[in-house]
Write a protein that binds this ligand. Structure first.
Ligand SMILES: [Fe+2]
Length: 269
């Protein structure tokens, strides 16, 4: 359970391989845009998804997978009433429904807030904005049938132009992931390195350079911080975000790198 990394490195520093001169201007645009668009929550069920390292599972605080399993019927009825289409659910089938990330039924914005306010669920990313919506994790690299939303084009035009200029053959997902002051990103991994042997292509951009992601080695119980403004890591390695007394965000772009960029990365290692 050590850090697997990529090409013999714990992570790939992309700063020397990309032109990041526009980042300060993107930071201004992103902050202004986030102040105007409706944002979602994400995370909140990493422990019940079984993707946290055993030594840090307690840091997830309230987990909605656990909360929903234990919810009394009358409260579950209230929870269902907050769905975008409450009529499609039968309260008697509580055990059959799976809500949230990677499940059959995404949580509505009202349900996210209710779980936070009433049931003390901890959502690490309380400012989550999808510029290219994607429902399932294993579809995030494919650009087929996807595009930037009209709203994203309106509020984040320079950011989108920058992302479209990144060395991807196709882009399947692009989102802004923000943490409120004092919140931490729960340590988790998005794949199991024992069964997943390839590393999905993506670029994380941190225009303000102040979001401290770290890789976690469960074997040695140590954190490896990443302080770059552009990087790629193996998301089958455990990773989390340090708390800080201010808002932080990153932009994550998933897709398939161009062959030239893969070569450039290899040559840099
Ligand atoms: Fe992750």
């Amino acid at each position: 359970m050590g850090i697997v990394g990529i090409l013999g490195r714990p992570f790939i520093d992309l700063e020397p391989l990309l032109d990041l001169a526009p980042l300060p201007s993107l930071h201004e645009e992103i902050c202004l845009g986030l102040a105007q668009v409706p944002v979602e929550y994400t995370g909140g069920s990493h422990r019940s998804m079984g993707i946290m390292p055993p030594s840090r599972a307690h840091e997830a605080h309230g987990d909605y997978g656990e909360v929903l399993r234990a919810m009394p019927p009358d409260e579950f009825r209230r929870f269902l009433s907050l769905a975008d289409e409450p009529g499609r659910f039968d309260p008697a089938r509580q055990r059959d429904y799976r809500f949230g990330e990677e499940q059959d039924f995404p949580l509505s914005r009202k349900q996210l807030r209710y779980l936070n306010y009433r049931h003390r669920v901890y959502f690490p990313w309380k400012v989550y904005y999808e510029m290219i919506p994607n429902l399932y994790w294993d579809e995030k690299s494919s650009g087929e049938g996807k595009s930037f939303t009209r709203e994203a084009r309106r509020f984040f035009p320079r950011t989108i132009a920058f992302v479209q200029g990144l060395p991807f053959r196709e882009i399947g997902r692009c989102n802004i992931m923000g943490l409120e002051a004092n919140d931490h990103g729960t340590v988790h991994r998005d794949g199991d390195p024992a069964s997943k042997h390839h590393v999905d292509h993506f670029i994380t951009l941190c225009p303000a350079g102040n979001k401290r992601l770290f890789l976690w080695c469960e074997e040695r119980r140590v954190e490896l911080p990443i302080d770059r403004r552009a990087y790629w890591f193996n998301d089958s390695d455990y990773h989390g975000v340090e708390a800080a007394p201010f808002f932080r965000y990153s932009v994550r772009v998933d897709g398939v790198f161009t062959d030239e960029f893969v070569e450039k990365i290899r040559a840099s290692c």
